[in-house]
Design a protein around this ligand. Structure first.
Ligand code: UDP
Length: 458
């Protein structure tokens, strides 16, 4: 048998799990990392995926890939805002997924299905699993703290708190300390229809309640209080097995080509000197914010590696940087379209991360002990940033949007100034605790073994 044949052969062994990711970068990465982890525990993995934002099967030779026929075209998907898109996915993929899963059950090409593991945001899978009588486990790819905020939506709506006037934004939300109204996930989604958002969130939460069990990309040390509260409110088995990216790199699930040339550039920079700047795969900023970002970076005098993703500025495919910016930052700045982020954050030259506070980015930064400057836009990012700044105190949030002077000062605090010293020390400590959770006897390590036993018991 050749090596490839052996690999193919290995695929068709072990209890069979069907994983259904949400086709967005920040959701695909943890789901494929979980797949790698479960495969290493002896499970046979089938990824049921949309053709839109499809993962690349050739990067994962150990898994089966089953595309869901039909659904949304790339063009239709590209025309929607993010909330509309996720809501539409839940409608468009329900019938074709049911048909595909029914075929997998009846024809049994890979063995009987133990359970499906669905992204919680693909809430339609609850109905499909019930119809086909297959147990459904969900994975929440974001933080437990943001899920707790999502569970409060009905109460907040009833009290009229989901959208408040500007002058109330800094007031605390009594039901969700330490969040302020500006930290609620419903903010920052100006173009999105509030009813669509509300229904998506409540369906997602109801789908978690109806699931057999829930897997968290979280670790006990960081979110213990919230995880305990959720366990009480959702009395199904809960498995915090994160941070998942420590088990498998997200490079293999990257939807955009990663520019590795930045590593050679980082090799030439001084230890801890570089600010890494990236706002993830979805954020699109106003051109005026881009200009303030550029001047904030230029005036900070720190070396920087800046990811400017095509489409990351409203209304244009690529961006014009302000005149004079290149000259002022010559020799100390590099701009790329998409970076190998995990490798970048692990590089000794990187000393700070200016992030949109997506959950993967937050965990990746914590696990490398890199302090954060936070500019959250919408959804879970706002909750994550509040905790990074106010509770875990391993970063600071830019409170007033994008203003070059505030940016410059904040960069200096995070990277070099004495007033950032404690934050830099705290994140090194947090990194140690994250490592400990993953080691033998650690909470995530044990939780993963419990997850394996639980699935085998189904
Ligand atoms: N990422 C990457 N290259 C980049 C920027 C981001 O590979 O230049 C990856 C990053 O490592 C993370 C994911 O994209 O795993 C972004 O997920 P996150 O939850 O942080 O944000 P989202 O894109 O969902 O807003």
């Amino acid at each position: 048998m050749t090596e490839v044949e052996e690999m193919q052969d290995q695929k068709y062994q072990g209890p069979h799990l069907v994983l259904i990711p949400l086709p967005l970068q920040g959701h695909l990465n943890p789901m494929l990392q979980l797949a790698t982890l479960l495969h290493s525990k002896g499970f046979l993995i089938t990824i049921v995926h949309t053709q839109f934002n499809s993962p690349n099967p050739s990067n994962h030779p150990n898994f089966n890939f089953e595309p869901i026929p039909d659904g949304l075209s790339d063009d239709r998907a590209a025309a929607m805002d993010i909330i509309m898109l996720v809501a539409a996915l839940n409608v468009a993929y329900k019938a074709p997924s049911e048909e595909l899963l029914r075929r997998l059950v009846l024809e049994n090409p890979y063995g009987p299905i133990k359970c499906i593991i669905s992204d919680a945001m693909m809430h339609f899978t609850q109905d499909v699993a019930s119809i086909l009588n297959i147990p459904r486990v969900v994975i929440r790819t974001s933080s437990a703290i943001s899920f707790a905020a999502f569970t409060a939506f009905p109460l907040l709506k009833q009290k009229g708190c989901l959208s408040v006037q500007d002058h109330q934004l800094k007031a605390p939300v009594p039901e969700l300390p330490p969040l302020r109204f500006k930290d609620l996930p419903s903010n920052g989604l100006a173009t999105c229809d509030p009813d669509t958002l509300y229904h998506l969130v409540t369906h997602m939460v109801d789908g978690v309640r109806a699931a057999s069990a829930v897997i968290w990309n979280a670790f006990d040390y960081l979110e213990r209080t919230t995880l305990t509260k959720i366990q009480q409110d959702f009395p199904i088995p809960n498995f915090p097995v994160g941070p998942l990216h420590k088990h498998a790199s997200s490079s293999s699930s990257s939807l955009l080509p990663q520019d590795h040339s930045c590593i050679a550039w980082l090799n030439k920079q001084a230890h801890g000197s570089v600010l890494y700047v990236s706002f993830g795969s979805l954020v699109a900023m106003e051109e005026s914010a881009l200009v303030e970002t550029a001047w904030g970076l230029a005036n900070s005098d720190q070396p920087f590696l800046w990811v400017v993703r095509p489409g990351s500025v409203h209304g244009s495919d690529w961006v014009e940087l302000p005149e004079g910016f290149k000259e002022k930052t010559k020799g100390r700045g590099l701009i790329v379209k998409w970076a190998p982020q995990q490798e970048v954050l692990a590089h000794p030259a990187v000393g700070g991360f200016w992030t949109h506070s997506g959950w993967n980015s937050t965990l990746e930064s914590i696990c490398e002990g890199v302090p954060m400057l936070c500019s959250p836009w919408f959804g879970d990012q706002r909750v994550n940033a509040r905790y990074v700044d106010h509770v875990w105190r391993v970063g600071m949030e830019l409170e007033n949007g994008f203003e070059r002077r505030e940016i410059e000062q904040a960069i200096k605090t995070v990277m070099v100034r004495n007033d950032g010293q404690e934050m830099r020390a705290r994140i090194k400590d947090l990194k140690e605790n994250a490592d400990r959770c993953l080691r033998k006897g650690g909470s995530s390590y044990e939780s993963l073994n419990s997850l394996k036993d639980y699935i085998l018991s189904l």
